[in-house]
Ligand binder design. Structure first.
Ligand SMILES: [Cu+2]
Length: 187
């Protein structure tokens, strides 16, 4: 009987871990089904996404394009790719979002950035929303924007509620499994 309980318990624990795994990291295919292309509306695409630390960007593109990461908002706005932090080729480039903040990507092909082939990605901390108490989001993003004097509004407040929902979902999931475990023990 005890062996059966241990088996069930192991199944439940692995189920919890799988739920964690599924919600922990997201792969964002940049531009959705249209991919990394001049015709894609990247600002609309990005506004519908929530980028969390640990997530990945996947750039899918033809040999006409490349991916260049630039280091500043001004370089991004003026399509100045001479200050590139990184340059990627090959048609299937994966970029890991390792910390909170804003990153800027453009196409390296001449003229493409000017046609709108660029995207701005704002990543939020994974645990920023898990503190369910009424904390006023103290994101460390303000420290990185010390150089820019432009009053660019940070639009990182609205997607925070989305992951709060997923966190509470995970919490209720874990609680439900715990209750099942406890009821099995008492049998
Ligand atoms: Cu291009």
């Amino acid at each position: 009987m005890e062996a059966v309980f241990k088996f069930v318990f192991a199944i439940l624990i692995s189920a919890v871990l799988m739920v964690e795994e599924a919600t922990a990291a997201t792969q964002h295919v940049v531009g959705g089904s249209q991919g990394w292309d001049e015709s894609t509306d990247f600002s609309t695409w990005a506004s519908g996404q929530k980028f969390v630390v640990g997530d990945q960007l996947v750039f899918k593109y033809t040999s006409l394009h490349s991916v260049v990461e630039v280091g500043s908002e001004s370089a991004y706005k003026s399509c100045d790719i001479s200050s590139a932090l990184n340059s990627l080729n090959g048609g299937n480039s994966v970029v890991k979002l390792t910390k909170p903040g804003t990153r800027y990507f453009a196409c390296g092909t001449s003229g493409h950035c000017g046609q709108g082939m660029k995207v701005k990605i704002t990543t939020v901390a994974a645990d920023a929303s898990s503190s369910s108490s009424s904390s006023t989001t103290t994101t460390p993003a303000s420290s990185s924007s010390s150089s820019s004097s432009s009053p660019a509004s940070t639009s990182s407040s609205s997607p925070a509620s989305a992951s709060a929902a997923s966190v509470s979902y995970r919490a209720s999931m874990a609680t439900a499994l715990l209750v099942i475990c406890l009821s099995l023990v008492s049998v």
